[in-house]
Design a protein around this ligand. Sequence first.
Ligand SMILES: Nc1ncnc2c1ncn2[C@@H]1O[C@H](COP(=O)(O)OP(=O)(O)OP(=O)(O)O)[C@@H](O)[C@H]1O
Length: 286
Amino acid sequence: MTATTLDPVPTPVSTASDAVSAAHIPSAPTAVRVTDMTFGYRRNKPVLEHIDLNVPTGQSLGILGYNGVGKTTLFGVITGLLRPRHGSAAINADVFHSMREVFQLTDSGNLSANMTVRENLRFRAMLYATRDDPHPIDLKHLGDLPMVRAFELQDHLDKKVGDLSSGLRKRAGIVAGMLFDPKLILLDEPTNAVDPITRQLLIDLMRQLKADGRTILTITHDLDYCWQVVDRVVILDDRHLVKDVMLADFPDIDAFKRAATLGRERGHVDFGLGVTAVKGTEPATV
Ligand SMILES: Nc1ncnc2c1ncn2[C@@H]1O[C@H](COP(=O)(O)OP(=O)(O)OP(=O)(O)O)[C@@H](O)[C@H]1O
C-alpha cells in the first residue's frame, strides 16, 4: 500500500438526517489523498488524468462512472498496486498504521481459490495475530461468529473457495475482511452478483460501520446503495473526475440519480427489433 503522512483536510459539513458519521466533523484527518494523479497502462494513453481527491477519515465515498472509465484502476493506484505516471496517491499512514487496518474487497473476495473458506480464515488469522492478540478470531467456533452467521456462511466453511458461486465468494470475502475489524474499507462493486437479502445485509453492515466512524470507499453502479450508504459521490468520466457532490445536497433519490447519470438518460433506443419503446424504462445505474 502507498502510505504516507498527510495533513488534515477541511470536510464539508452535511445536513443529512442520519449524519452521525465522522464525515461531518470538520477537519477530520485525511484518510486518502490523490493529488494531480495521471495513470495509464500504456505510455501516452492515460486512463486517468489529473485526478485530485481528498477523503477525510470517517467519510463514506461512492466512486461512480461508466464501464471502463477507470474506477478499479483508481483503487489500484490508491493501494499502491499501480504506480502513477504523474502526481501521487496515498493512504495516510498516520491514521492507518498497517495493511491490517485496510480491507479491500475485489471480485475474488481476496481469498485463495484453492483453499476452503475455513483455511483462508485460519491463514488470515495467522497474518493478523500479534503478541498482544495471538487469536484475533475464534477459529474453533467459526460457525458461531455473528458475522459468519449474519452472512449464513456456516454451511460453506469447508468448501473450496474456487467451487463457490460468485455471490457466495463475495459473501465469504466480506466476512473474511470484516472479521478483522478494518478501519479503511475499499469495496469494488460489493452488491454485484449478490442476492437481495445479502445486498440488504451489506447495506446494513456498511451503515453501521459508517456510524462507527470507519472510512469506506465504494466503487459501484448501484445508486440505491449509494443513497443509503454514502455521504459523498465522485464521478469519473473521460479520464477525469467530473463531479464531486454530497448526497445531503440532493432533495431526493431521483434528483441524485439524474445527477449521477450525467444527464445521459436514453429515452428511445432502437434495437432493430421492430418493437416500439416500452414506457418507464429509466436507467437507475451508471
Ligand atoms: N491490466 C490492464 N492492462 C491494460 N489495460 C487495462 C488493464 N486493466 C484495465 N485496463 C483498461 O483500463 C481502463 C479502465 O479499466 P477499469 O477496470 O479501471 O474500469 P472500471 O471503471 O473499473 O470499469 P467497470 O465499471 O467496467 O468495472 C479500461 O479501458 C480497461 O480496458
